[in-house]
Design a protein. Structure first.
Length: 620
């Protein structure tokens, strides 16, 4: 396992829990990647700027539940989970039609800053909506349009959301409102997930994340700092036999005759391995760690065209006094302009500056306050701000100097946090070059495979590669489409052309068969098998038999028949399983045969390693 960020440590824990021998290698002396940290003057400081959208209720908690350690990480919430901050002054002529609500106590302006708290309690959400409408100077009609937009988002079906994968957020929002500040703030908040402008982000991906976050209502931060997550995963993995090596990087992945055979470390040591998982970017994995010569030309070409996200310059600010009550503050300010007064064209101009390597006229910022979740991360009475502002990746030539990017970020935060300089103990700044070197990804993107319409869902790179035994984890591949593949068959026609891959994969189920057994695939018989380590994802009813199918197959239909009854005797349509790989047998499973009609996921000959197919009895 290459890389000890959240992806690498979580995968290591899951593998170790399954009884698989695994070695985790990390080039830095501390685990965590961008979730790592350092100590200074009694503060524990995060390397990155993080909050966790779904806390223990999302995938981070799912990892712990799968290994029987639910609650090993404690996620903490604050009364106001976030706060939007705008400039109080408005251009001449700006008068909100909702200003009468100020007499009822709505809206908070102090020291030239307008604050809109985002509550953790859903019962306070109506007040938040009214205060945001006031801050954005919305008319009652515009407020109703915005309410209709959010009601539509929260009541859509999962299939409706999936159908929007190929659409951008900008195109999705356009039929509901043309109010510039509403579009700008909504797009900016969704863009925090992806570090991309809203006109480049997939609407399906954004709405999937937003709906999950809203349903869980668990936006939070871990006690002990961001590093508590990977450290907990590593501690649990070590207790299950995992070998963790820190302070030594991987020089290259050793490949022999199309199959990985191990990794060579930076100190010259070679670790033999029949499976290697890279959590670096796809570009770094293919070009640097493995080498282009080991991949098909079409795959290398596709990797070279991957669109990554932006990155951010960062500042860690230690304060001797608490200045902010919310869990984090977000916004974007410039000279006489902020997100509440910016139009969509202003937002596009801002990112055009970033792409040219110039400091933008509006500086969007995101600033979690870890000590508001866990006071032990700072000396008593002190506060820590972890600030970031969008910046181009290192492949973009800078017109503005690196120092000017950091200065613009600090000017923005000073505008919305009065008295910051008076109480600052230290301000540590980090440029793009440092982040790139720390996380070990070429050009240093926050998300190495960005969630653009052509890189999400079925078009996202798969976690397996054409090199046998080489897999991917982290933000470079997989995710939502692969999660769905457990629940229903997926049509793979799009990624077949985009992501060519070999199907000669004896590493799919190592050690569980005596040798590879390949045959042409149109229909085949799967005998009942009991194999250790398999777990049922979902069982529909008692007496069902659960069949686990590898990612290389798209199952289109299944028949379960008594032994001896030929498939040709079936006249009715085969039983298609759109909601899980479980089916009720009409006879005893010991006296039945399962006929599976499957399509291999490949671009070569029609053959597949049959050892990846298995079944086991399940209980409800």
């Amino acid at each position: 396992m290459i890389g000890a960020g959240i992806g690498g440590t979580a995968a290591t824990l899951l593998l170790a829990d399954a009884g698989i021998s695994v070695t985790l290698v990390e080039k830095n002396r501390r685990v965590g990647g961008s979730c790592s940290g350092y100590d200074k003057q009694g503060f524990h400081v995060d390397i990155g700027t993080h909050m966790f959208c779904r806390g223990n209720r999302g995938p981070l908690g799912d990892v712990l539940r799968r290994v029987g350690s639910d609650g090993a990480i404690r996620f903490v919430r604050t009364k106001d989970i976030a706060e939007l901050r705008f400039l109080a002054e408005r251009p001449r002529g700006f008068r909100s039609p909702l200003r009468v609500l100020k007499k009822a106590g709505f809206g908070l302006e102090q020291d030239g800053v307008r604050r809109v708290p985002v509550p953790a309690d859903v019962m306070r959400m109506p007040r938040f909506a009214l205060e945001l409408a006031m801050a954005l100077d919305m008319s009652p009609t515009e407020a109703l349009r915005a309410a209709r937009l959010f009601a539509h988002i929260l009541t859509m079906s999962d299939d409706d959301v999936e159908a929007l994968d190929g659409m951008t957020i900008e195109d999705f929002v356009a039929p509901f409102t043309d109010h510039g500040p509403t579009i700008g703030v909504f797009g900016f908040l969704l863009g925090l997930y992806f570090i991309l402008p809203f006109w480049e982000v997939s609407a399906g991906e954004a709405l999937y994340c937003f709906r999950k976050m809203a349903a869980d209502n668990a936006l939070s931060y871990p006690r002990g700092g961001s590093i508590a997550i990977p450290e907990t995963y590593v501690r649990l993995a070590r207790s299950r036999g995992a070998d963790v090596r820190l302070g030594v990087g991987v020089r290259r992945v050793v490949v022999h005759e199309g199959h990985v055979s191990g990794v060579e470390l930076s100190d010259g040591t070679v670790i033999p391995a029949n499976i290697v998982v890279s959590t670096s970017s796809l570009r770094t994995t293919v070009n640097t760690l493995v080498g282009k010569e080991h991949f098909p030309h079409a795959y290398v070409d596709r990797v070279s065209k991957i669109r990554s996200s932006y990155i951010a310059v960062q500042a860690k600010i230690g304060l001797r006094k608490k200045l902010v009550d919310a869990g984090c503050i977000v916004g974007g300010v410039g000279e006489g302009i902020d997100l509440a007064t910016a139009s969509a064209s202003d937002m596009k101009s801002m990112f055009a500056h970033v792409l040219r390597g110039e400091v933008p006229p509006i500086v969007p910022f995101y600033c979690p306050i870890p000590t508001n979740f866990d006071a032990s991360l700072a000396p008593p009475g002190h506060q820590l701000l972890t600030l970031c502002a969008v910046a181009p990746t290192s492949d973009v030539p800078l017109v503005s100097t690196p120092a000017s990017w950091e200065e613009a970020m600090l000017r923005a935060i000073r505008r919305v946090v009065p008295g910051l300089d008076d109480h600052a103990l230290f301000i540590d700044t980090f440029g793009v070059e440092f982040i790139e070197n720390w996380i070990g990804k070429e050009f240093g993107p926050a998300v190495s495979t960005g969630q653009t319409p052509d890189q999400v869902g079925r078009n996202r790179p798969p976690v397996h590669t054409p090199v046998r035994g080489l897999y991917l984890a982290g933000c470079n591949a997989g995710a939502r489409a692969w999660e769905r593949s457990w629940r229903r068959p997926v049509r793979w026609s799009a990624p077949i052309a985009s992501w060519p891959t070999s199907v000669s994969r004896p590493d799919l189920a190592p050690g569980r068969a005596r040798g590879p057994k390949k045959r042409p695939v149109s229909s085949f018989v799967l005998r009942r098998a009991r194999l250790p380590g398999l777990r049922a994802r979902k069982v529909q009813r008692a007496g069902a038999h659960c069949f686990v199918v590898p990612n290389l197959c798209e199952v289109t239909a299944m028949h379960l028949l008594p032994v001896g009854q030929p498939l040709s005797s079936v006249h009715a349509a085969p039983q298609v399983l759109p909601d899980g790989m479980a089916m009720q047998s009409e006879s005893s499973p010991r006296q039945s045969e399962l006929y599976v009609h499957a399509c291999p996921i490949h671009d070569g000959s029609a053959s597949i390693d049959m050892r990846g197919l298995s079944s086991r009895p399940c209980t409800p």
